[in-house]
Design a binder for this molecule. Structure first.
Ligand SMILES: *[C@@H]1O[C@H](CO)[C@@H](O)[C@H](O)[C@H]1NC(C)=O
Ligand SMILES: *[C@@H]1O[C@H](CO)[C@@H](O)[C@H](O)[C@H]1NC(C)=O
Ligand SMILES: *[C@@H]1O[C@H](CO)[C@@H](O)[C@H](O)[C@H]1NC(C)=O
Ligand SMILES: *[C@@H]1O[C@H](CO)[C@@H](O)[C@H](O)[C@H]1NC(C)=O
Ligand SMILES: *[C@@H]1O[C@H](CO)[C@@H](O)[C@H](O)[C@H]1NC(C)=O
Ligand SMILES: *[C@@H]1O[C@H](CO)[C@@H](O)[C@H](O)[C@H]1NC(C)=O
Ligand SMILES: *[C@@H]1O[C@H](CO)[C@@H](O)[C@H](O)[C@H]1NC(C)=O
Length: 819
């Protein structure tokens, strides 16, 4: 057994190259097949031949997926060698629910943001507050004049880009975003708190009737957040933060909030309260009168009630240290919860309540006009919009990947400065899982129109495997430019960077959409628009995108045991890849996007240099599938050649009825990937992901070989023969005995087994002769990419290196919070 495995490993490199030949696939998509064992033994095929059916089928469906981890530890070698596939298991009777991942259910009533925010009316003079529980100190340092970055040249200009000269200043380039490197964060001065262009100020309307408006701003100089709420009611207001239960349920496991308002006599009432599932099985804090916190940590700074509106200005320290009753405001996503009472009797229940998911500390650089839905509408503005719109009748199956081609609107270099998505209806929105766009690079000497105009007129094509009726030149469109996931809101770059478009003349962009159709409806026409906002005022630096994490579909690399919380997997971008990809150049990471599926409970991008771990690049311990926001970092991070990155995900399978969950494309399967933006651009360094291919690991999961099953769209076991035909999900649920020892060993392997990385050049197309290319353009049949002999690297991280620890101001944890 072991010998066979060693042999496989030895031959895997050349096989890998062969497999790479068929990577026509959209992008970084390298599937597990390429990295894994199941491609072995394929015949080499010539460039004129189609790849074998099995491999064609294996070419992937979701271009943003994949995985990895560290190695280092093979302490248990002997033990592992003694393991054998046949030593396995008592076989349990096969029950369908063991194998069927639950269908993804759309959230029943997510709050849809209402119409554009209107600033609240100028408040009348404020009556002096004191709430019943504590006197509210007046806010210190509230500005009397606008923050003017030009008057404080040493301070960074965290400005929203204001594209219309008529609307005041434009974000200054000179001030820079923030100093790269490991300097302490340098947020804007508190005098800018009131500035509508302050990126730490967010204006949102929380309900469809526009009754509840919220402005929040982070005051970094005092480590607190100020929430101004203006609500159309003369009754009470409920407002606060909550953590969701796992698997994206709507119940709140813990809630930390205030109930407050203004009495008829002009006095106020205001209490800091808490609630939790443990206290309240009903789980909604506004259906009963929840307990008052012993420590009152929210402060009412000012309030008024007039013309049927109530205004409260509330502040709260980022971390109150009331670990038993408050939720710290961190880089994690949090759920803002709200409720509107119709009277001042807080015992009166209300139906007017909801929630809004947010990263409270993430800067938002979206220009005002985009927030107002007016972005790119003004022809005289330097900011224009390129709409990539697609309408598609979804097939009657759960998961579909569909690509359409779009010709960029100009022929001279532009900078894309931000993105947004538009869905005409909620139904359209609910059936889209993610979008990705990739830049197409026609090979030298080939007119991009010849290559890509045809496909751009066909209405698109299925795009996760090669064998479609109308093969399209996907292999030339592999440089990922942007990615959007469920719940994502607009994303804008800071002022000193932009994403190049039409740099070398005519350019085509392919838009890949993953459609979700869990109800298997046949009548769904889904329309969506990806809006790219661009300007000809080219900025200082070009950005590129880098995909990291575990290779997709990671069926065998991500295996979460049944009924567990916190099982982790890691995907690495090893030193050899950053050395090769960065070609001696230091770059700066400025934004990141985490991606896992509904079993995901936490995710982070980690960064290693030499023998130490640097602070995480981004992290979220409350991972929320329904809110996948691309985030600008609070502080840029310098990435050096030789550094290592890794994406780590944790999973929660306690809501899966005792099923183990394997990796896959579907929403109910697991995934662990993500992207970052960095500058300056390094052409070709756009993907760096790994797969677990270690023989001990494969022994442990009792598999020797697997293949992609086109019909089932699942990875299926082919060897050992007694398990052949089972999907990986079925196999692990049927043939693994999930003892605590087994789970510990699986976890050890997931974190420390050696992994194989793929970090090839995904930008430039193969060097083929002009004659061949012309012929290809005529035939519209497409050649495979040549192998990249340097594509493969083992990812090794020392096991015992000092690890970064998340800073905790208060040295205790909320006992109500899970984990
Ligand atoms: C794995 O399976 C594929 C077909 O499914 C086969 O071509 C290949 O030879 C197998 N590899 C090994 C090592 O058995
Ligand atoms: C919040 O309200 C206070 C009191 O009215 C006001 O001074 C402050 O400017 C407001 N902050 C924002 C960001 O609107
Ligand atoms: C704010 O928090 C940071 C990080 O925890 C800390 O270094 C800083 O001293 C705090 N500032 C204030 C004013 O408390
Ligand atoms: C782009 O799409 C948005 C959203 O659908 C729409 O409001 C806008 O009018 C479109 N703009 C252009 C120039 O097509
Ligand atoms: C444009 O062409 C130059 C020179 O060949 C190349 O360095 C650059 O990467 C190209 N840009 C794009 C976006 O293809
Ligand atoms: C969906 O759109 C196509 C054309 O775009 C049309 O033929 C079809 O009837 C539409 N189907 C539904 C259910 O609206
Ligand atoms: C778990 O089983 C219950 C009862 O059979 C069912 O209602 C529920 O949908 C199942 N949940 C999942 C995630 O499959």
């Amino acid at each position: 057994m072991v010998r066979v495995n060693k042999l496989l490993l030895a031959t895997s490199k050349s096989k890998f190259l062969q497999l790479f030949l068929v990577n026509f696939v959209l992008t970084q998509v390298l599937s597990d097949y390429q990295g894994g064992r199941w491609g072995q033994g394929q015949q080499r095929w010539s460039q004129d031949q189609r790849p074998p059916q099995q491999l064609r089928a294996s070419i992937r469906r979701d271009s943003q997926l994949s995985s990895s981890s560290w190695s280092g530890g093979s302490q248990n070698q002997n033990q592992n060698q003694q393991r054998s596939l046949r030593s396995s298991t008592t076989r349990r009777p096969l029950r369908p629910q063991d194998f069927q991942p639950p269908r993804y259910q759309f959230p029943a009533s997510v709050t849809q943001p209402g119409p554009p925010y209107q600033p609240p009316p100028i408040p009348p003079p404020t009556s002096q507050p004191p709430g019943p529980n504590r006197p509210a100190p007046p806010l210190q340092g509230m500005p009397t004049s606008r923050y003017d970055p030009s008057s404080s040249s040493s301070e960074p200009s965290w400005s929203r880009w204001n594209s219309s000269p008529r609307r005041g200043r434009r974000g200054g380039r000179g001030g820079g975003w923030s100093a790269p490197g490991n300097n302490p964060p340098s947020p804007p001065p508190s005098s800018s708190l009131n500035d509508p262009l302050n990126p730490y100020r967010h204006d949102v309307t929380l309900d469809p009737e526009s009754r509840f408006k919220l402005t929040w701003v982070v005051d970094w100089s005092r480590n607190l957040t100020i929430f101004n709420v203006t609500v159309r009611t003369t009754g009470w207001i409920g407002f606060g933060l909550a953590l969701r239960t796992p698997e994206q349920q709507q119940e709140h496991e813990v809630a930390d909030f205030i109930i407050g308002g203004v009495n008829r006599d002009g006095s106020s009432y205001f209490t800091d309260r808490h609630d939790s599932l443990a206290l309240n099985a009903g789980a909604d804090p506004f259906t009963r009168i929840p307990p008052i916190d012993p420590s009152q940590d929210w402060t009412l700074n000012s309030f008024w009630e007039r013309s049927g509106r109530t205004f409260l200005s509330i502040s709260r320290p980022l971390d109150t240290c009331d670990v038993a009753h408050d939720i710290p405001i961190t880089q994690d996503s949090l759920r803002i919860i709200w409720a509107i009472g119709e009277t001042d009797d807080i015992a009166y229940h209300t139906k007017n309540r909801g929630y809004y998911d947010a990263y409270l500390l993430t800067p938002d650089l979206t220009p005002r006009e985009v927030l107002d839905g007016q972005g790119g509408q003004d022809p005289s503005s330097p900011m224009q919009v390129f709409n990539m719109t697609t309408t598609f009748q979804i097939p009657e199956r759960e998961t579909t990947y569909w690509c359409t081609w779009h010709r960029a609107p100009t022929n001279t270099k532009q900078h894309i400065i931000g993105f947004d998505t538009a869905f005409p209806t909620d139904q359209d929105r609910q059936h889209v899982h993610h979008l990705l766009i990739h830049r197409c690079h026609a090979p030298p000497g080939i007119d991009p129109d010849d290559l890509f105009e045809g496909p751009s007129n066909t209405g698109g094509s299925e795009c996760y495997y090669y064998d479609t009726p109308n093969p399209l030149p996907l292999q030339y469109c592999r440089e990922t430019m942007h990615v959007w996931g469920v719940g994502g809101r607009p994303f804008f770059f800071p002022d000193h960077v932009g994403l190049a478009m039409s740099e070398n003349g005519t350019e085509y962009i392919v838009l890949q959409v993953h459609y979700d159709n869990p109800e298997l409806r046949s009548d769904l026409n889904v329309t969506l628009t990806l809006q790219a906002f661009y300007t000809d005022e080219v900025r200082e630096h070009d950005v590129s995108m880098l995909g990291i994490g575990q290779q997709i579909p990671a069926a065998t690399s991500i295996i979460s045991p049944p009924n567990t919380r916190g099982h982790a997997t890691v995907g690495i971008c090893p030193s050899a890849c950053t050395e090769k990809g960065l070609q001696g150049q230091e770059v700066n990471i400025l934004a990141g996007w985490l991606h896992t599926h509904t079993t995901g409970s936490a995710s982070r991008f980690m960064h290693f240099r030499g023998d130490r771990e640097l602070p995480w690049i981004i992290s979220d311990d409350n991972w929320n599938f329904n809110y996948q926001q691309f985030r600008v970092l609070n502080q840029e991070r310098r990435l050096l050649p030789g550094d290592r990155l890794s994406a780590r995900c944790e999973y929660d399978t306690t809501r899966r009825n005792g099923s183990a969950v394997a990796g896959g494309f579907g929403t109910a399967e697991s995934m662990c990937t993500g992207h970052v933006y960095y500058y300056p651009r390094q052409a070709g360094f756009s993907m760096c992901r790994t797969v677990t291919r270690d023989e001990d690991y494969w022994d442990l999961i009792k598999m020797r070989n697997a293949t992609w099953d086109t019909e089932r769209r699942q990875v299926v076991v082919t060897d050992p023969p007694e398990y052949a035909g089972l999907t990986v999900m079925e196999h692990i649920n049927r043939n693994i005995d999930w003892t605590p020892e087994y789970i510990r060993e699986l976890q050890r392997q997931h974190l420390f087994a050696p992994q194989v990385a793929q970090c090839s050049n995904t930008v430039f197309a193969p060097e083929i002769s002009l004659r061949e290319l012309n012929e290809m353009a005529r035939r519209r049949a497409f050649l495979p990419l040549p192998p990249d002999p340097n594509a493969e690297h083992y990812a090794i991280n020392p096991r015992n290196m000092p690890r970064y620890r998340k800073p905790q101001q208060c040295n205790a944890r909320n006992p109500l919070i899970r984990g």
